[in-house]
Design a protein around this ligand. Sequence first.
Ligand code: SAH
Ligand code: SF4
Length: 425
Amino acid sequence: MNVYDSERMSEALGGQGYVDTQTPENADMILLNTCHIREKAAEKVYSELGRFKGLKAAKPDLKIGVAGCVAQAEGAEIIRRQPMVDLVVGPQSYHRLPDMEAQVQTGIRVLDTDFPEETKFDRLAKRPKAMRGPTAFLTVQEGCDKFCTFCVVPYTRGVEVSRPAERVLAEARDLVDRGVREITLLGQNVNAYHGAGPDGADWSLARLIWALDEIDGLERIRFITSHPNDMSDDLIAAHGECARLMPYLHLPVQSGSDKILKQMNRGHTAESYVRLIERIRAARPDILLSGDFIVGFPEETEADFQDTLDLISEVRYGHAYSFKYSARPGTPAAERVQVDADQANDRLQCLQALIRRQQRDIQDTMVGRELSVLFEKPGRKTGQMVGKSEYMHAVHVEDETLARGDIAPVRIVASVSNSLSGERI
Ligand code: SAH
Ligand code: SF4
């Protein structure tokens, strides 16, 4: 979502005459878009700011801003403790950037971490009509009301808000007009989507996906990230019935221990999650599953951790993100007895080794199969293109005639460490 937000911020400032640069030395303004989900991500902000000190000394007119969830959570402190920072803007105020920029130019330091009444989506600049790469993100929902006890999202991104369906569809049509063939719908809790439909009813995510399915030229639809409790029947059915909805689902479970799931306030059990996966696989047997796991949550015992490994063995993941629990200020779990850091590290290594084996096994089953690949960019070798299969595997193909944005059938001939290689059929 920060990638999507950064594009929107860049567009908003485009109206003030700004253009993107890849070189900090050339910049008149540097906006750090930040993440607060784990301590490590938040700490990075301060080390990055340190790197920009020299730049600001050499070029006093350089404006430095901090955006994103660290800005939301620690904005006042940033303004107090980082005199080099001119601007702090939280995730719900990006549409006000042009006004803030004007203020900053007069030497005023700006802090805006409001949750304004008007939604930023209505006010953000329209995307300029430039052509784009074949894949794009599109935010449909933001924020979360679930309050898992480890998570800062409900505090930094705010309550759940869904964009009206017609706005999403218009943005999708515009993206397709500019060359996009695959859209990934985004939300912290994307499958809780319930945006107002043009017919006056609230649309579910499945209903939105079926409407996107009617857009000519949009070939692939994905969505991320989902909560198990919001996997509604119509969304499960769509996985079996909507050909453009890709057979890949990221469905975090966090832990396989019911005791820990309860303490996390997840609202589901390991068993109910496994049953849900069975229903999803009944609708779409070849679906590739991905997940998120937290190890070392407060009071997690070896037996709890073993439950997580057992769940992973039962589900079989093609991909997963896994994290060591990070105590976040203001969240309930941060107050509890913490697990020893070495022990948490050992568990993370062990879990990641299991996931790697499953990932590799599933990737290896692709050899000999015919997959459909959306080509995104040239590979390292000349004449080589890299794309993604329906299942999100990176696929390398050597074929001079392939162009960016092509979707072509490919016979998979080899599975190497992190990707597949194949021949165009
Ligand atoms: N809404 C999604 C997840 C959004 S946050 C869901 O409910 O699953 C993305 C991931 O970051 C989470 O799935 C979780 O695995 C991880 N995460 C969030 N807070 C964390 C924390 N305090 N420590 C470690 N990992 C965390
Ligand atoms: Fe965080 Fe996801 Fe839980 Fe919401 S559902 S609080 S975003 S982990």
